[in-house]
Design a binder for this molecule. Sequence first.
Ligand SMILES: *[C@@H]1O[C@H](CO)[C@@H](O)[C@H](O)[C@H]1NC(C)=O
Ligand SMILES: *[C@@H]1O[C@H](CO)[C@@H](O)[C@H](O)[C@H]1NC(C)=O
Length: 426
Amino acid sequence: MPPPPLFSPPPLRLRHAAAFALVLAAAFALFFLAFSPSTTTSSPPSYGHRLPTLVDLTLVHGAKEKGAVCLDGTPPGYHWMPGFGDGSDKWLLHLEGGSWCRNLTWCDQRKRTSLGSSAYMERAEFVGILSDDQSQNPDFYNWNKVKIRYCDGASFSGNVEEEEQHGTRFFFRGQRIWEAIMTELLPKGLARAKQAFLTGCSAGGLSTYIHCDEFRALLPKDSTVKCLADGGFFLDVEDISGRRYMRGFYNDVARLQHLRKRFPGCSSDMEPGQCFFPQQVAKSITTPMFILNPAYDVWQVEHVLSPDGSDPQNLWQNCRMDITKCDTKQLEILQGFRKSLLDAISEFKKKRDWGMFIDSCFIHCQSMKSLAWHSPSASRINNKTIAEAVGDWFFDRREVKDIDCEYPCNPTCYNVELELVGGLID
Ligand SMILES: *[C@@H]1O[C@H](CO)[C@@H](O)[C@H](O)[C@H]1NC(C)=O
Ligand SMILES: *[C@@H]1O[C@H](CO)[C@@H](O)[C@H](O)[C@H]1NC(C)=O
């Protein structure tokens, strides 16, 4: 029997519970669907807007010759929506997320999903920061937008030559995928971009920290280039049982895909996985970065703070699904988690050209949800939506270092509630 997958698809989509279930169903065998997620919002949308644009998948040309392939050896892919009007020479890239695979068993499972093989990739809905609707995406709606699919299992950073792993072929080539996609996009107009924005969520947020400076280096010197990592500031903290679960997880990923050599700045007395945490990666970034992260990121509460095995009595089961169900003790732990995040980002807050938006909501991947990114019911800090704050920062309209007060202080918060019908989300 295959082990249960640790990763759940990163975007806990608010409006598309059915799509979320479909992604899961496609990703894993049906028996993993012991739970049926249904998501609701604290304030349901009270207005309608047009349906998101669906954008075709483009497979990378000549990927196999370059060895720039997904885990299963298929070519990687992306979705490109050309810009229009005065957005024609501006480019926004989004790196897809989807956790990581830490051992061959799990990587093998991913080969049978879009997170490990382009054979399973479909058209993409462009919503939130990728939307081409001005009312939903006021500053970037008419830019060229590219969603880059994630199929290497290690945030686009592996580059292992050998393909044979214990008798099975695995391709750990994320770095080559990144390079092949950039090589393909540059002649399409990216090379002449006046303004460019590299973004990504979850594991794609980590990818953004990893690749931000490389992206900057590809673009004209006189262009404005910035990066935004959404829900990607994974913390190197102890979980509720006192283990550093996430560090162990990253150690496995780093060993599997030989990542130590990818991060030469990482000191040799550190465990290999430590170098993979955003707090380390971000230290060397010289390009302006925006850290968008909820203080109580749902994915992190579930996978970093109360991961599999840390809660044998299932005391956290309700709290990790719905923050309103947390008891006083659990809330204290969540406030401690928030404090760890604020401590970890304090060194970046000092950087004048960096921006941040740390809301106190219970959610994940806010730039990829139209209602959370920019809508009448979106979460706000100082009465600004995330889209407004990010635009203010990108275009230097104001300094943006927006840090929300502690939960439950923010009445605009757009929180997710997951319903657990039984079984584990892991
Ligand atoms: C892969 O990782 C999972 C989660 O830690 C574990 O349950 C499983 O035993 C591992 N498989 C192998 C082959 O190491
Ligand atoms: C908040 O912003 C909206 C526009 O987005 C504006 O109409 C409203 O007056 C503002 N509220 C406050 C209290 O400033």
